[in-house]
Design a protein around this ligand. Structure first.
Ligand code: GTP
Ligand code: MG
Length: 238
């Protein structure tokens, strides 16, 4: 359990407070702002639930059609309020709800880990063709790795949520990676964590070398898979 659990106000408690605000002398505008603010995490949670559901269906269908699912595992998270505030500060945006919704695209985030690079592109093509989702941005760090060696494909998507007030489009960031890319990114994160200085150049170079090794491993696995599939299709020699 986290240290400050006892002082944290849950969403439900806050919503009770919002109702109480009517009794106090606060402007309607202010009460509305707080109401919108407290409803926001739930909204992003709903969006992630919907996205998880879509991915689940894709997995099942792919499994039934091709005999294997290209999706190894998924992980989703809602960005911590503290990180949202840091990011808004870093990007120079004044802290308003509008700015938060417009400029912070990864409040709802999902990571999809696939077995092969090819599967990532198949999945992206499928997501781009769906009518129940809009792909707003694609950053392909697989075709164009970051200078440090980081590889993944990032999508910013928007999904419609049908609410009592009407339809609201909610954004989410989807990161797609292979198992090898995920291994590298997770290790790099662990190594870097709490290290805010410039890396010595030989360390940076070795990290980049490790990213290349992950890439080679991905390619080797793909070659092996092709070979195994070919063997499986060949008539037996008996
Ligand atoms: P942000 O303002 O940080 O979102 O920058 P951006 O919008 O240019 O984001 P980008 O799409 O490049 O990266 C977004 C997310 O990808 C980060 O929050 C990380 O989760 C992940 N990521 C990006 N670069 C790296 C990296 O070099 N190493 C690792 N481990 N993760 C990365
Ligand atoms: Mg980003």
């Amino acid at each position: 359990m986290e240290e400050n659990d006892s002082t944290q106000i849950t969403l439900n408690q806050l919503q009770v407070h919002v109702k109480d605000l009517q009794k106090w002398q606060v402007s309607e505008d202010f009460a509305k702002q707080i109401e919108n603010f407290t409803a926001l995490p739930a909204l992003y949670r709903h969006a992630l639930n919907e996205l998880e559901n879509k991915i689940d269906i894709i997995k099942t269908e792919w499994q039934a059609r091709d005999g294997y699912s290209p999706i190894e595992h998924i992980k989703s998270r809602i960005k911590e309020p503290k990180s949202i505030l840091h990011k808004m500060e870093r990007k120079g945006h004044e802290f308003t709800l509008d700015n938060m919704e417009q400029h912070i695209h990864d409040i709802a985030g999902m990571r999809i880990v696939c077995a092969f690079v090819k599967d990532i592109y198949r999945l992206v093509d499928h997501l781009c063709a769906r009518e129940d989702l809009r792909v707003l941005e694609i950053k392909d760090y697989i075709a164009h790795p970051k200078p440090n060696g980081y590889q993944s494909l990032h999508l910013i998507v928007a999904m419609p949520l049908v609410l009592l007030e009407g339809t609201r489009w909610v954004k989410a960031e989807i990161q797609l990676r292979t198992l090898a890319m995920d291994f590298w990114a997770s290790m790099e994160h662990i190594l870097y964590y709490k290290f805010d200085k410039q890396l010595p150049s030989h360390v940076a170079e070795e990290l980049k070398e490790a990213a290349r090794a992950a890439d080679e491993l991905d390619q080797k696995m793909l070659r092996l898979r092709r070979e195994i599939l070919e063997l499986a299709e060949r008539p037996s020699e008996e």
